[in-house]
Design a protein around this ligand. Structure first.
Ligand code: GYE
Length: 352
C-alpha cells in the first residue's frame, strides 16, 4: 500500500470520525471535503477515491465567500481539482479571518497533504506557519493576494493580479475621461471604498490610484474608508459618505460587491451615478453582474481582476511533480471595460 493510499484513507477516516462524534462538520462533494460550516449529511462512502496511488492531495485555504469574484475563484479551483483530474482536494473557507487560515495550514500539515494552496487574507504574519510547512517538506503555492516575508524561500511560488497596476490604470482612465468631458481642470471630489485593510488587493489598488491622484492637484480625496469587500458594508459606508459630503464627483470602489452596495445607497439618496449621472463610479473585478450594471448606465469603468486561477495552479503543480522549475511570480493578464464599449458582445463571452 503506497504512502498516498495511506494518506487518502487517513483523510477519509478523519472525516468519518468527525461525523461520528459530531465534532467536525463535513460536506463531501465529489473528491472535495469542506469541514467548516458545512452540513452533517455528506455523501455516501463510495465517493471516496478508490484508486490509491495517483491522487495528488491538495489543501486549499480560501479567503472566504465575501464577493462574486471570490465565488468565481472557488469555483475555478473546485472545477480543476477533481478526482477525474487526479486530485484529492481539501477545501477550507477562512471566512476572512487570518487566524482560520493559520489553523487550516497547520491542519493540512498534520494531514500530510502534497501541496498547500493559500490565498492569504492579509500580507503579514505568515513566517511561523510557512516555516512549519517548509520543515514538513510541503510546497506552498500562494494565489491571488501576496505576502510580505523576508525569506522568499518560505513559499514555492505566487500567481495572481497586479493590483497596483489596476489602481494606476483606474486613475489614468479617470484623467482621460475628464479630458474627453472637458472637465480636466475642474475641482474633483473623490471618495474611496477600500477593501479589507492590509490585503494586497486593498494596498495595491489604493497605492496605484494614489500615484495618479498626486499628479492631479485639482483632485481631492475626501476620504477612504473600509468597506470590507462586501455589498452590505459598501452600502453602509456610501450612505455615511453621502450624509457627510455634499458634492461627491467620483466613487472609487475597490471591488464590485462594494460597488453594488454603493449604487443602492446613491440611488436611495435620490442621486444618479454612471455616465449620465451625478457621480462617476469606478470599480474593480469586472464580474458579470457589474458589467450588466455598466450596460444599464450605472458604472463608468471597471478594472478586471482575473479569478480563474485553478487551471494555472494545476499546471504549476504538474510541473513541480515532474521536478521542473516554476516561475516564482506570475501575473495573469487583465483588461478593463467602460461604458463606451460593446458590452453586449463582451458579456456574451464572459465566463465570470
Ligand atoms: O477584488 C474582491 C475579493 O483578492 C482580488 O478579494 C481579490 C479581491 C477581489 O473579495 O472582490
Amino acid at each position: 500500500m503506497g504512502k498516498k493510499c495511506i494518506r487518502v484513507i487517513a483523510l477519509f477516516l478523519i472525516v468519518c470520525l468527525g461525523s461520528l462524534c459530531g465534532c467536525v462538520s463535513k460536506q463531501k462533494q465529489d473528491n472535495v471535503i469542506d469541514r467548516k460550516g458545512a452540513s452533517e449529511e455528506g455523501k455516501p462512502l463510495s465517493d471516496t477515491p478508490e484508486d490509491d496511488s495517483d491522487y495528488i492531495v491538495v489543501g486549499f485555504s480560501q479567503v472566504g465567500s465575501e464577493s462574486d469574484w471570490r465565488n468565481a475563484s472557488t469555483e475555478s479551483f473546485r472545477k480543476m481539482f477533481t478526482a477525474a483530474n487526479g486530485y484529492y482536494l481539501l477545501y477550507e473557507d477562512a471566512q476572512q479571518k487570518q487566524e482560520n487560515q493559520l489553523k487550516d495550514v497547520r491542519n493540512f500539515i498534520l494531514q500530510e497533504v502534497d501541496y498547500i494552496i493559500l490565498d492569504p487574507i492579509v500580507e503579514t504574519g505568515w513566517e511561523t506557519v510557512l516555516k512549519e510547512a517548509k520543515d514538513a517538506g510541503i510546497p506552498v503555492i500562494l494565489v491571488d493576494r501576496k505576502i510580505e516575508v523576508a525569506d522568499e524561500d518560505l513559499y514555492t511560488c505566487w500567481v495572481g493580479s497586479n493590483f497596483e497596476e489596476e489602481g494606476r490604470r483606474a486613475g489614468e482612465w479617470l484623467e482621460n475621461y475628464l479630458k474627453l468631458q472637458k472637465r480636466k481642470d475642474k475641482k474633483l471630489r473623490i471618495v474611496t471604498l477600500q477593501g479589507t485593510p492590509e490585503s494586497s488587493a486593498q494596498i495595491g489598488r489604493t497605492a496605484g490610484f494614489a500615484k495618479v491622484l498626486a499628479k492631479n492637484k485639482n483632485w481631492t480625496m475626501l476620504e477612504r474608508r473600509n468597506g470590507e469587500f462586501t455589498q452590505a458594508k459598501g452600502k453602509e459606508v456610501m450612505e455615511d459618505f453621502l450624509a457627510e459630503y455634499e458634492d461627491i464627483d467620483v466613487v472609487v470602489s475597490e471591488n464590485d460587491n462594494m460597488t453594488f452596495g454603493a449604487i443602492e445607497a446613491i440611488e436611495a439618496a435620490g442621486k444618479r451615478c454612471g455616465p449620465s449621472g451625478d457621480i462617476i463610479v469606478i470599480s474593480f473585478d469586472a464580474v458579470q453582474a457589474a458589467l450588466e450594471l455598466m450596460q444599464r448606465g450605472k458604472i463608468n469603468a471597471d478594472f478586471e481582476c482575473n479569478p480563474m486561477l485553478g487551471p494555472i495552479v494545476s499546471d504549476l503543480i504538474q510541473r513541480l511533480e515532474r521536478g521542473e522549475e516554476v516561475k516564482k511570480t506570475q501575473y495573469v493578464d487583465e483588461q478593463y471595460f467602460d461604458a463606451s464599449m460593446n458590452l453586449g458582445e463582451i458579456l456574451r463571452k464572459r465566463v465570470y
